[in-house]
Design a protein. Structure first.
Length: 94
């Protein structure tokens, strides 16, 4: 190993067809703990299984929550899907 930890992604990839509910994936472009290609393999398996999910790739980020952008998007996701509160339209004109 070169310092990169392995995880159980093959289990999730093999079982992507069993996904129920909502799923948010956040991956840092420079993640050296869970390599981005592993997340992309999971995304490909979900697409193959015709599952809906949200994927956020954070440019320049390593392993973690995706910084301020990831935190905001994660909170919006949980508010929307757990509390039924629509997130604000941050792209609307001021």
């Amino acid at each position: 190993m070169t310092g990169v930890q392995t995880c159980a992604l093959p289990i999730y990839i093999d079982n992507a067809h069993r996904l129920r509910g909502k799923l948010l994936l956040i991956v840092g472009e420079l993640d050296n703990n869970v390599p981005p290609e592993s997340t992309m393999r999971l995304a490909a398996a979900l697409i193959k299984a015709d599952k809906d999910f949200d994927l956020i790739v954070v440019p320049g980020a390593g392993h973690g929550g995706g910084g301020k952008h990831g935190d905001r998007r994660r909170k919006d996701f949980f508010r929307q899907h757990l509390l039924g509160i629509a997130p604000p339209d941050r792209n609307a004109s001021p």
